[in-house]
Design a protein around this ligand. Structure first.
Ligand code: GLV
Ligand code: MN
Ligand code: MN
Ligand code: MN
Length: 419
């Protein structure tokens, strides 16, 4: 990957890092395929390690594979600082993507975090607590099905034995993928020692909706994450010839699946939630064969937890009537970010601003939410996305807004580490 640097300063560094990443895992669609523990992921992890080394940040990798680059110029080691009650302020996000995802979901937070460290150093800031930049592994769960796997295992919210047994579309287990990436699956587990270093976590992220466009503001502070989860519906059937099998003799697994897709839209509409069936696996998958098995994955979310739970219960009952086996793959209840931290960051952003930074909730899951659930004071900053689109190549953020995000993040880090 190119190590080109144009001009100087943190914003030039941001631009150079951004162009470094442009070609990694780019798909024909113009979007990105950067799945956990693949060759693309390896390239991104090496890139992250290189950026930490370039800055003299001490790189550590926790028991899950999440990467941390530590900046501490104070007396003793980071652990000495932590033992003395100076826990780190951490910022970062993830570098993996959904299938054909946008360039910003994840990388914007990592690149901005590194650029924010540069900016603080340019300004001669000397943090009173360690600062760390992090790259969480497998945030999207695109390969193995469970989103935020890296932060969930780290914090004890995902059993390592369960994680190791997850399989990808080719039948490769998480354990095998770890081994192929040079990691020992036996090492996978919660890492309370690393977690104990973290005093606060701030994740900068591209906005995944239109609120900031409509409000005319470049940066917002987060308040909460909607409850959300993923469920697997397995519909049984019987393979047979598409031309010679009478309709009344068929057991077509696709019918139950079709009912799930339409039911999800209908029930979610009635209950004021959102529900999506975005992934399907059809067996045997021949145009001229009646499906013997269909697996569909339901993603359900909403502002009102009770309504999300009721939506899924209704769809589960309906699926079971169609013969489905329904398995919950993940569930994240309503997550509230640390209100004091969010308010503090908002005050920082409002210092020189004409209009107050908006405070937004989101329907998207994030590692910051998993850390918040684990008791780490956490919050997020959102950067305006003019298309309002995410998990698609159309996701976007203008350079000026990205730079505003870096400045905002640096101001927040400065306040949190010197205030
Ligand atoms: C992850 O981005 C999710 O919210 O699905
Ligand atoms: Mn995402
Ligand atoms: Mn993300
Ligand atoms: Mn996400």
């Amino acid at each position: 990957m190119s190590a080109r640097r144009s001009g100087s300063g943190s914003l030039a560094a941001f631009d150079a890092m951004w162009s470094d990443l442009e070609s990694v895992g780019q798909a024909r669609s113009g979007g990105y395929r950067r799945f956990a523990w693949t060759a693309e992921d390896h390239t991104l992890r090496e890139w992250f390690a290189g950026e930490c080394a370039r800055r003299g940040l001490e790189l550590t990798t926790d028991r899950v594979g999440n990467q941390w680059g530590w900046w501490w110029d104070g007396p003793g080691t980071v652990d000495d600082a932590v033992a003395a009650g100076r826990r780190a302020v951490v910022t970062g996000s993830h570098l993996d993507s959904v299938p054909d995802g946008g360039a910003f979901d994840g990388p914007l937070g990592v690149v901005s975090a590194l650029a924010a460290v540069d900016r603080l150093r340019e300004a001669g800031v000397r943090p009173q607590v360690p600062v760390a930049v992090t790259n969480f592994v497998d945030e999207e769960g695109a390969r193995f099905g469970i989103a935020c796997a890296g932060s969930r295992v780290l914090t004890g919210q995902l059993d390592p034995a369960r994680a190791l047994a997850l399989t990808d579309a080719d039948g490769t287990t998480y354990a095998e993928a770890l081994r192929a990436a040079g990691r020992d699956p036996d090492d996978l587990g919660p890492d309370p020692q690393t977690l104990a270093r973290v005093g606060a976590f701030v994740e900068l992220h591209v906005e995944q909706g239109r609120a900031l466009v409509d409000l005319g503001a470049p940066v917002a502070v987060a308040s909460d994450i909607w409850p959300h989860g993923r469920w697997r519906f397995d519909f049984p059937g019987e393979a047979n010839h598409a031309g010679t099998t009478r309709l009344q003799d068929r057991r077509d697994a696709m019918l139950g699946y079709a009912d799930l897709v339409l039911g999800a839209r209908h029930v979610a509409t009635q209950r004021g939630c959102v529900a999506t069936v975005g992934k399907v696996h059809v067996t045997p998958g021949g145009v001229n064969a009646i499906p013997s098995h269909v697996t569909g994955w339901l993603d359900a979310r909403g502002a009102d937890e009770e309504q999300v739970v009721a939506t899924v219960a209704e769809l589960t009952a309906r699926g079971e009537e169609m013969g489905a086996t329904v398995t919950r793959e993940s569930w994240t209840p309503t997550t509230r970010f640390d209100q004091g931290l969010s308010e503090r960051l908002r005050r920082v952003l409002d210092r020189d601003a004409e209009v107050s930074a908006p405070v937004l909730g989101t329907g998207a899951g994030h590692d910051a939410g998993i850390l918040a659930t684990a008791g780490v004071p956490s919050t997020m900053l959102f950067v305006r996305n003019p298309t309002g689109v995410s998990h698609s190549p159309a996701e976007h953020a203008e350079a000026a807004d990205c730079h505003a995000g870096v400045a905002a993040l640096a101001d927040c880090l400065r306040d949190l580490t010197t205030g």
